[in-house]
Design a protein around this ligand. Structure first.
Ligand code: E4P
Length: 216
C-alpha cells in the first residue's frame, strides 16, 4: 500500500521524505488555508519536493470553473493530480479532464455509488473519507472493503485512496482490506513508528551494553 502525506506543510513533507516514508501528498483547501502562502506557489514547492502524485483541490462548484482551475493547476508540474468533489459537476469535469490527460482525485466520497460513478467517469483516484464516516456512526473501513471488492470485480484502474485517517489502527485495517493508497496526517505517520516495547527494548540494550563495559 502506498502512503501519501495529507498536509500542505513543507516542513512535515521534508521530514517524511527524509524518512523515506511517503509516495505522494494530498492537500485540501482547509490544509492549504493553514499555510501562509499563495496556493499555486505552495503546490509548486510541494511538487518539487515530491516525485509522486500531489493532489491539489479546486474550489469552483460548476464544471466550467473546475475545468479552468484544473487546467491551471496541471500546468504547475506533471505530478499534479486535480482533486474535485463528487458532484454532478465534478463528474462532468473529471470526464473532460481525464480525456485531456489530466489526472484526477475524486474526493469527499462516502458511498460505493459515488465511487462507482467517479470510476466510470475515468477518475484516476477516489478518496473515501474514513474518519468522517466513523464520526457519524458508520464504518469507514467497511466502505473501503466494499470499494476494493467492487473495483476488483470490474478491474477498474481507478485507485482507492483511504483518506480522513485518524489513527494507526485505520492504517492496519485499510492495508488488510487492500486499499491501494492511504493518505495520512503527519501525526499518524509518527504514531505508526512508535511502540512502547521498542522503546523499552532500546533502553535495555543500552543498559546491558553499559553494564558489560563497566564490568570488563
Ligand atoms: C484527503 O484527501 C483529505 O484531505 C483528508 O484526509 C480529510 O481528512 P479530515 O477528515 O481529517 O479533515
Amino acid at each position: 500500500m502506498q502512503i501519501f502525506l495529507d498536509t500542505a506543510n513543507l516542513e512535515e513533507i521534508r521530514k517524511a521524505k527524509e524518512w523515506g516514508a511517503i509516495d505522494g501528498v494530498t492537500t485540501n483547501p482547509s490544509l492549504v488555508s493553514k499555510e501562509n502562502e499563495d496556493f499555486h506557489s505552495l503546490v509548486g514547492k510541494i511538487c518539487e519536493m515530491v516525485e509522486g502524485p500531489v493532489s491539489a483541490e479546486v474550489i469552483s462548484l460548476e464544471s466550467e470553473g473546475m475545468i479552468k482551475e484544473a487546467q491551471e493547476l496541471s500546468k504547475i508540474a506533471p505530478n499534479v493530480v486535480v482533486k474535485l468533489p463528487i458532484t454532478l459537476d465534478g463528474l462532468k469535469a473529471v470526464n473532460t479532464l481525464e480525456k485531456q490527460g489530466i489526472s484526477t482525485n475524486v474526493t469527499l466520497v462516502f458511498s460505493v455509488n459515488q465511487a462507482l460513478l467517479a470510476a466510470n467517469a475515468g477518475a484516476s483516484y477516489v478518496s473515501p473519507f474514513l474518519g468522517r464516516l466513523d464520526d457519524i456512526g458508520e464504518s469507514g473501513v467497511a466502505l473501503v472493503e466494499d470499494l476494493v471488492e467492487v473495483f476488483d470485480n470490474y478491474s477498474f484502474s481507478t485507485q482507492i485512496i483511504s483518506a480522513s485517517i485518524r489513527h494507526p489502527q485505520h492504517m492496519v485495517e485499510v492495508a488488510r482490506v487492500g486499499s491501494h493508497v492511504a493518505t495520512i496526517p503527519f501525526k499518524v505517520l509518527q504514531q505508526m513508528v512508535s511502540h512502547p516495547l521498542t522503546d523499552i527494548g532500546i533502553k535495555r540494550f543500552l543498559e546491558d551494553w553499559e553494564k558489560s563495559k563497566s564490568s570488563s
